[in-house]
Structure formats: C-alpha cells, structure tokens
Design a protein around this ligand. Structure first.
Ligand code: ZN
Length: 325
C-alpha cells in the first residue's frame, strides 16, 4: 500500500504509535478523493501489524490481509449503504471476542451521512471504549457529526496532493505521462477524483469498442471487428483484460439477441437496441452458435494465463465463421 501525500497525517499516526498513545477512535476528514479510506486501512494496519513498529511493515500476515481487505477483524462499513438496524447489529459484535483473538477494527466510512440515531448507536461504544476494539471514521465533512462523537475522537484532516505530486502518483499507477499530467492538472491534485475519472473514461471507451465490434458482426465485416478490438484500452496491470471484456460483453449481447429472437425478454442489461438488431439480422440457430462460442471463450479467458493475441483472433474467427455462412 502506498500513501501518496498526507505527510502530516502519516507523521501524526507514527507519533501516536511511537509514544504508545494510539487513540481508540480516529476520524479522517477532508474532501472526497483525498485519501481518507486509504489512510483508514493504513491505520488499521498500524493497529494490527505483527511487528508493532511506528509504520506498518506491510509484509506480515495482518498487514497483507488488511491491505487486501480480507482481514476478518477489520470490518468495513459504508455509511452510504447502512441503516441504523444494520449498524446496531454490526456494532453489537464489538462486545464479543474478535475472530482471531486480537484487536477488532471498525472502519466506518462517510460517517457524516449517517443519521443521529446511527451516530448515537456508535456514541455508546465510544463512551465506554473496550480495550479490544478500535473505531476509524471517515467523513468528507465533519459538520455532520455529533459534537459528542468529535470530542471523543482524534481528528485528522486529509489534503489533496499538489498537481505535480498527483502526476507522479498517477504515473506510478500506470497512467502514461501526458495523460497523467493533464488529469492531475484538471483535478487540481485530487488523486481519488483523477483515478475515478480515468477509470470512467476507460469504461466508456470499452463500451464504445464493444459496440463497434458488434456493428462489425452485424455487417459481417471481420476486418472492422479486428480494428474495433484493437481500440479497447490496454491496462498496464493486466493485458488480458480487454479480451475478457469483449467476450463478456458480446456474450451478454448474443444471449439477449437469442432471447429476443425467441420472443423472450432481454435480461443481461446490455444495449437492448443492439441485441434487437442482432435478432433481426440472424436466425436463432446462428445466435445459438454465437452464444456457444462466447460460452467457450468465457471459460478460456477466465483462466489466469492465456495468450491474448491468439485468443482474440480465434474468438473473432469463430464468430465470423458462423455469421458469414
Ligand atoms: Zn505488519
């Protein structure tokens, strides 16, 4: 886990730790995208790290599982999706022993959106803190939080990066130089928003390329299909991702086209119009075969290792073999 910026926050956490004064409850507050949730998980590591240093070692089993968000004693609660009944139920567990016998950490995000009743439910826990439980809250605005909670909690503000720092962070995340520079500037150093924007942009490009690919299938034009495939954005971490997306999305379209051709209802939530046009163009027997191909390739591309180039070529060849008949 890499913490970009927020040096003050990290320094304060290290000081707490060095002085043996880690608070029982903490609140990270600051604008959306300024690293509150990352810091919350970083703090959970600090509570649980087996090495017990001033910074988490990031290597022990506790650090590793906390980073992957699979530690059984780090409970993440999204304030935007939680009712008072659910929250009470979750907090009730805090009285019992943790799964692994150590400290249990609750991360309550977007705490300011929870209503008074929810906040009061937490307050009772803060008033009589158990030695085995820690609470980490995050909020984009601390004005929405009860003063009685704020007074029992260590408050740490989070800040956006400078555009230059943000650019460096984006490059480390695999974004190309020019795009990193432009996005960092547009979002004024807010790394969270910059990453989200890039992700959305990729999603849009993916869907546009899948649409284009399907148009090529409608025209029976294999060359255009291959060109559309080449337009799928490449991700640095996983070169197989574009093929996976193509196969998954066309599988949905062919499935809905077949459903529509047989008088059923589309159910995959894909482009209904496009599925309908496929159903008008190709008879159910062909659509059925197309479904068969996507099913076969879904199995192939869900494995960890496969050759991207030969898989995508074979996939397209298989499809056009059926539609050109
Ligand atoms: Zn550790």
């Amino acid at each position: 886990m890499e913490i970009y910026g927020n040096k003050e926050a990290v320094k304060r956490l290290s000081e707490y730790r060095a002085n043996g004064r880690m608070p029982h409850s903490l609140l990270f507050f600051g604008d959306s995208g300024t690293g509150k949730r990352t810091l919350a998980f970083y703090t959970a590591m600090l509570y649980l790290c087996e090495k017990g240093g001033d910074t988490p070692c990031m290597k022990c089993l506790n650090c590793e599982r906390t980073e992957k968000r699979i530690h059984p004693d780090v409970i993440y609660v999204d304030g935007e999706k939680t009712s008072v009944v659910q929250l009470r139920e979750i907090l009730k567990d805090s009285y019992g022993a943790s799964v692994e016998g150590g400290i249990r950490v609750y991360i309550l995000s977007e705490f300011q959106v929870l209503n008074r009743e929810c906040q009061n439910a937490l307050l009772t826990h803060l008033e009589e803190p158990s030695d085995m439980v820690r609470f980490i809250l995050t909020a984009s605005n601390k004005n929405g939080i009860l003063p009685t909670i704020l007074s029992r909690t260590a408050l740490i503000r989070t800040y956006p990066l400078s555009p230059r720092e943000c650019e460096t962070a984006l490059k480390k995340e695999g974004i190309s130089g020019e795009e990193a520079e432009k996005t960092a500037r547009t979002y004024k150093g807010n790394l969270g928003l910059a990453l989200k924007a890039l992700e959305n942009k990729n999603t849009r490009l993916y869907f546009a390329a899948v649409r284009e690919y399907t148009e090529a299938v409608l025209k029976g034009d294999e060359y255009f299909a291959l060109r559309a495939f080449a337009k799928l954005p490449q991700t640095k971490e996983d070169k197989r991702e574009p093929v996976r997306i193509l196969v998954t999305e066309t599988a949905k379209l062919f499935h809905d086209a077949l459903a529509s051709a047989e008088g059923g209802k589309p159910s995959c939530g894909c482009d209904v119009e496009l599925a309908k046009r496929l159903a008008e163009k190709y008879p159910p027997a062909v659509l059925n075969e197309l479904c068969g191909i996507t099913k076969r390739f879904s199995d192939i591309v869900s494995s960890v290792y496969f050759n991207t180039k030969s898989a995508s070529d074979a996939f397209t060849a298989g499809i056009f073999d059926k539609v050109k008949k």
